[in-house]
Design a protein around this ligand. Structure first.
Ligand code: NAP
Length: 490
C-alpha cells in the first residue's frame, strides 16, 4: 500500500551534492527534509567505486567541503576509503543522520499544480510530498556497459569497475580489461600485481601526466590542526593553480601544446619500449578527453605480465575476447572500465514539471539548464551537478558549493516572500545557454575527439567552459529579472 509522507524538502542522493544540500538546509534553519538514498549507506561514487587503487584525482585539500576541513588527509590524493569515511563523518557531524532514508530509489518526481508540490515516488511504494526538490543524482553514478557482441557467452565473471566484485579471485588469473580511462589507469597497476596476466584493450590512449602523490607528513597534519588557516591557504593555492589551467581548455587552447610536452616526456621516461610507447601515444589534442594523472600506469603496462591490445574488439567469446584481426585473447575474467552514462543526465528518473512536461522531452535535443541548476517549467527543482557543470580542470566540490549557496538562497526567498513557487525565467535560461553555445565551440573539448563530455549529437552538455569563479558569481545573486516568483508582484 502506498503511503504519502509530507515534508518541506526532498533531497535525492547522499553523495557530496546531497549531503552538502542537507548541510545547507540545516544551516538555514530548515529541519523538515529527507535525503532519499537508494543504497544502504551514504557516499555516492565514493561508496560505489571500490575498485583496487580507487582514489581522488584532484588534490584532496580542494576536493572536500570548504566548511568541513579535514586536517588528517593521508595523501595529496585521498583514497576511496578516506573519502567515504569523510562523507560519513559529514553526515554525523552535521546532524544529517535523522534525515537519511536508505533503500529509497526515486523513480518519479511529478509537480502537482493543485498544491504546488512535488510528488516524489520511490520504488518501495512510498511517496513524499514536498515543496522543494533537490536532485543530487551525480553525473557518474550509472555505469556504462557497452553492448559487446557475445558478452553473454563469456564463461567467466564479468563486472564493471564501479561495481567491483571482490568475491572474484584474480590471483593467478588472466584478466581482460576494457577501457583505459580514469578508472582503469587506477585499477590496472594493482591488478597487474596480482593477476597472472592482464590484457588491456585500449580503444584510445589517454594523455597522462605525472601524479606526484605524497603521504602528508605527521607534522604537516599537526600544523593543519593547530593553524587551520594554513590548510585554508593551501586550499586556495591549489584552487588558483587549477584555475590557471582554464584558458588552455577554453580560449587559448594552443597552451595545451606546452602541457602536452610534459605528458610526452612522462611517456618517454616511463615506457622504454618504442612499440608500446607508440601504442600509448595519443593522436588527438591533449585536454579533448579528460587528462589523467598517474605515476604507475605506464610502469604497470610495461611489465611482461601485461599486454596492451589496440586492435578493436570484434566480440567476446566463451574463453576470451576476439579482436577484429581474428585473434582470440584468452581471459578468465573481464573487467569493464568503460565509464558512466553521463550525458543522459537524469537517467531512468522521470521528472514531470508544470503542465505535465517531461524533463526527458524538454531535453530531447540535449540537456540544458540555467547554470546547470534550474530548468524553466520545473518549479522549486534544483539540479545538482546538472548540465554543463562538470570540470576538466578542478574540483567538483567547488561547483557543488556554488550551487548550494543558490539553493539555500532561493528556498529562503520563496519562503520569505510567500511565493507559491519559483522558477527560472525562460529568457534568462535561453540567454545563459546562448552564452554557453558561443563559448563551447572554441574549447579543446570540441577539437575532434570522441569523449563522454559530448552527447550523441556531438554537443558538450557536461562541462563548464570557463573559470569556476564565474560560475559561482553567476549563482551568487538571486536576480529578480532572471527568476519568476509565482504570486509575488515583480
Ligand atoms: P571513461 O573516462 O569514460 O573511460 C572509459 C574507457 O572505456 C575509455 O578508455 C573508452 O575508450 C573505453 N570504452 C568505452 N566504451 C568502449 C567500448 N565499447 N569498447 C572499447 N572501449 C570502450 O570512464 P572512467 O575511467 O570510469 O572515468 C569516468 C570519469 O569518472 C572520469 O573522467 C572522471 O571524471 C571520473 N573518475 C574520477 C576519478 C577520480 O580519481 N576522481 C577516478 C575515476 C573516474 P574511448 O576513450 O575510446 O572512448
Amino acid at each position: 500500500m502506498s503511503t504519502v509522507v509530507e515534508v518541506e524538502s526532498v533531497i535525492i542522493g547522499s553523495g557530496f551534492a546531497g549531503l552538502g544540500a542537507g548541510v545547507e538546509l540545516l544551516r538555514r534553519g530548515a529541519r523538515d527534509f529527507v535525503i532519499l538514498e537508494q543504497a544502504s549507506r551514504v557516499g555516492g561514487v565514493w561508496r560505489d567505486n571500490v575498485y583496487p587503487g580507487c582514489a581522488c584525482d584532484v588534490r584532496v585539500h580542494l576536493y572536500s567541503f570548504s566548511f568541513f576541513p579535514n586536517p588528517d588527509w593521508s595523501h595529496t590524493y585521498a583514497r576511496q576509503d578516506e573519502l567515504l569515511a569523510y562523507l560519513e563523518r559529514t553526515a554525523t557531524t552535521f546532524g544529517l543522520t535523522p534525515h537519511l532514508r536508505f533503500g529509497r530509489k526515486v523513480v518519479e518526481a511529478r509537480w502537482s499544480e493543485a498544491d504546488a508540490k512535488w510528488l516524489v515516488r520511490c520504488d518501495n511504494g512510498e511517496t513524499y510530498r514536498a515543496r522543494f526538490l533537490v536532485a543530487g543524482l551525480g553525473g557518474l553514478s550509472r555505469p556504462a556497459l557497452p553492448d559487446v557482441p557475445g558478452l553473454s557467452s563469456f564463461a567467466g565473471p564479468v563486472f564493471h569497475s564501479a561495481r567491483w566484485d571482490h568475491a572474484v579471485p584474480l590471483a593467478g588469473k588472466r584478466v581482460g580489461v576494457i577501457g583505459t580511462g580514469a578508472s582503469a589507469i587506477q585499477f590496472v597497476p594493482p591488478l597487474v600485481e596480482v593477476a597472472k596476466q592482464v590484457l588491456v584493450f585500449q580503444r584510445t590512449p589517454a594523455w597522462i601526466i605525472p601524479r606526484r602523490d605524497k603521504p602528508i607528513a605527521g607534522w604537516v597534519r599537526a600544523l593543519f590542526r593547530a593553524a587551520p588557516f594554513v590548510q585554508q591557504a593551501l586550499r586556495w593555492l591549489i584552487y588558483w593553480l587549477h584555475e590557471a589551467r582554464v584558458p588552455a581548455f577554453t580560449t587559448s587552447t594552443w597552451l595545451m601544446g606546452l602541457a602536452s610536452r610534459l605528458a610526452r616526456k612522462h611517456l618517454e621516461r616511463q615506457v622504454p619500449d618504442p612499440t608500446l610507447r607508440q601504442k600509448l601515444a595519443p593522436a588527438y589534442a591533449m585536454g579533448c578527453k579528460r587528462v589523467l594523472i598517474s605515476d604507475d600506469f605506464y610502469p604497470a603496462v610495461s611489465k611482461p605480465s601485461c599486454e596492451v591490445i589496440t586492435t578493436a574488439i570484434a566480440r567476446v567469446v566463451e574463453g576470451g575476447v576476439e579482436t577484429t584481426d581474428g585473434v582470440v585473447h584468452p581471459c578468465d575474467v573481464l573487467v569493464f572500465g568503460t565509464g558512466f552514462q553521463v550525458t543522459d543526465v537524469v537517467g531512468a528518473l522521470e521528472i514531470v514539471g508544470r503542465g505535465g512536461r517531461r524533463l526527458a522531452e524538454v531535453w530531447r535535443d540535449g540537456a540544458k539548464a540555467w547554470f546547470g541548476t534550474a530548468v524553466h517549467g520545473f518549479p522549486n527543482l534544483f539540479l545538482m551537478t546538472g548540465p554543463n557543470t562538470g570540470l576538466g580542470h578542478s574540483s567538483m566540490v567547488f561547483m557543488i558549493e556554488a550551487q548550494l549557496a543558490f539553493v539555500g538562497k532561493a528556498i529562503d526567498i520563496v519562503t520569505n516572500t510567500g511565493a507559491r513557487w519559483w522558477e527560472v525565467r525562460d529568457d534568462a535560461e535561453a540567454r545563459f545557454n546562448e552564452h554557453l553555445a558561443r563559448k563551447l565551440p572554441k574549447t579543446i573539448w570540441l577539437s575532434g575527439c570522441r569523449s563522454w563530455y559530448l552527447d550523441e549529437r556531438g554537443q558538450n552538455v557536461t562541462l563548464w567552459p570557463g573559470f569556476t569563479f564565474t560560475f559561482r558569481a553567476g549563482l551568487s545573486r538571486f536576480d529578480k529579472r532572471q527568476h519568476h516568483l509565482e504570486g509575488v508582484s515583480a
